[in-house]
Design a protein around this ligand. Structure first.
Ligand SMILES: [Fe+2]
Ligand SMILES: [Fe+2]
Length: 169
């Protein structure tokens, strides 16, 4: 693997860990607001982002190169509402999609074909992650400030299974 691709993958490991940290902060905010279903969903998402980081971490090591763990920024912790948390989550996923696109382009241009194959999983994963976040944002818009509907939505989010995360979806 050439140094440019290695450096870009190491930066992506940092992005995935930063996303994991950001989701953890979002989960804490929702728990404080007593949106325990949303909090559970976000905690599982945090674990999923950690798994994404580990997938790249293991790939770098499998290629017999060195992992460079960079500093993780302090995540945003203040939000106006639970709905805003998910708007922020969608923006974060869109940003990660752009990063994966750039990383894929780098790997492709450098003819790092094993990395290209590895990154294909991430391209597909980002389509799914953006779709899911977009649907949740739309649902929060639909329910607005209706308390009963918000409670229903929170219950729906809380039904997310841990198995889903383990399967990498
Ligand atoms: Fe991710
Ligand atoms: Fe993600």
């Amino acid at each position: 693997m050439n140094p440019r691709v290695l450096e870009a993958i190491n930066r992506q490991i940092n992005s995935e860990l930063s996303a994991s940290y950001a989701y953890l902060a979002m989960s804490a905010y929702c728990e404080c607001q007593k949106f325990t279903g949303a909090a559970r969903w976000l905690r599982l998402q945090s674990q999923e982002e950690h798994m994404h980081a580990m997938k790249l971490f293991d790939f770098v090591l499998a290629r017999d190169r060195s992992v460079d763990l960079l500093a993780i920024d302090r995540p945003k912790t203040d939000f106006r509402s639970v709905a805003e948390v998910f708007e922020r989550a969608l923006e974060q996923e869109q940003e990660v999609s752009r990063q994966i696109d750039t990383l894929y382009e780098t790997a492709f241009n450098e003819k790092a074909f094993a990395a290209v194959a590895e990154l294909q999983w991430f391209l597909t994963e980002q389509v799914e992650e953006e779709k899911t976040a977009r649907e949740i944002v739309a649902k929060f818009k639909m329910v607005g400030n209706d308390a009963a509907s918000l409670l229903d939505l929170d219950r729906e989010l809380g039904a997310r299974s841990a198995v889903e995360t383990a399967a990498g979806s």
